[in-house]
Design a protein around this ligand. Structure first.
Ligand SMILES: [Zn+2]
Length: 344
């Protein structure tokens, strides 16, 4: 609670002061290729309660993209990868924009802004349940627990490993409880996690209230995005914790999601994003064996011409105005460079 309060003060009070003093601009002068990571863009946070930090308000997003256009060299991820492959230098202050998961708001709210500023971008789409219009597993959990009238989650009843506990769903505790349940599920192999997700929906209910759902693009909408010049990347079928899988299992998740998306877009899909950033050495080996030309992580940092293109670093973007956006960019630049490519 206190930590969140401190972060909020930093973002809304300290960031504008430091920005006014020119501190952030000095930090952003360094070179390197910064890849931004977004998930959802919403008109208002009231449209997505329990957004769990994955939502950026439309007005903030528009000001962030306008700032990037004015101050950075924006390039598509594909162009960055091609330059690295050719050994050509990346432009100074290079930046690329990515979205994970494939939410409908990427098309409805983000696309018009990005097109208006002529900013290319990549969307990594999980293919499971896409044709059926099903939510991703963590969104199903979030929707169920956000909308239930039950007072607490009984972890033994839903089969979460560990000692049975009752986690409060009070107004003040609900978000923390949702996070705790999701953390528990991320620690499990995907088959077990999906069984528990179905149990949660049986016990705590499902909802049709759009405010609790996080609609994904339909197959036709993914195809339309690709037709508008958006790069579509793979993001597995089931959005599992890949680090808990064997290399062969991880590779199967990667190949199947790529197959579905390639059939949909009638074009090669050669980029990949590790779901939830969960990865191990064998996961990277799986991405290599699957033949991806690039893969992005959720490890904070920036990249350069020597970076391992299967372990590109990214920066998660805050739901804040430009001053705090600059703080986040500067922080990634100080955090460090992606790992260099291995000689092979
Ligand atoms: Zn994801």
């Amino acid at each position: 609670m206190l930590l969140n309060l401190a972060k909020s003060v930093l973002r809304t009070t300290v960031s504008p002061v430091l920005d006014f003093a020119g501190i952030y601009d000095r930090r952003l002068r360094g070179d390197g290729w910064t890849i931004l990571m977004y998930h959802r863009v919403v008109n208002d946070l009231a449209d997505a309660p329990f957004g769990l930090g994955m939502c950026v308000r439309r007005a903030h997003f528009a000001s962030q993209i306008a700032y990037l256009r004015r101050n950075f060299n924006v390039l598509s991820l594909r162009e960055g990868i091609e330059r690295i492959a050719r050994g050509d230098p990346l432009p100074p202050r290079a930046v690329s924009v990515t979205f994970d998961d494939g939410y409908l708001d990427n098309m409805e709210l983000a696309l018009p802004i990005l097109e208006a500023h002529q900013v290319p971008f990549t969307v990594y789409v999980a293919s499971g349940g896409l044709a059926e219009g099903e939510g991703l597993w963590y969104d199903r959990v979030r929707a169920s627990l956000a909308s239930t009238s039950e007072a607490a989650v009984d972890t033994a009843r839903i089969g979460l490993p560990g000692p049975g506990r009752r986690l409060s769903l009070s107004r003040w505790q609900r978000e923390a409880t949702i996070r705790q349940v999701l953390d528990g599920l991320w620690s499990l192999p995907i088959r077990e996690a999906l069984e528990i997700v179905s149990r949660i929906e049986r016990v705590y209910g499902t909802t049709r209230d759009p405010v609790f759902l996080a609609p994904r693009m339909s197959p036709a909408q993914v195809r339309a995005m690709h037709g508008r010049g958006v790069e579509i990347g793979a993001h597995t079928v089931n959005h599992p914790n890949l680090s808990l899988m064997s290399q062969a299992e991880a590779e199967a998740e990667m190949l199947e999601s790529r197959r579905v998306l390639e059939e949909l877009c009638q074009a090669p899909v050669d980029g990949f994003a590790y779901p939830g950033g969960k990865m191990s050495a064998s996961t990277v080996a799986a991405a290599r064996a699957a033949g991806f030309r690039h893969a992005v992580t959720t490890i904070k940092g920036i990249n350069n011409g020597r970076s391992d293109v299967l372990q590109l670093r990214r920066v998660g973007m805050p739901d804040n105005a430009v001053s705090d956006f600059k703080r986040a960019l500067g922080s990634a630049m100080r955090t460090g460079l992606a790992l260099p490519r291995q000689a092979c």
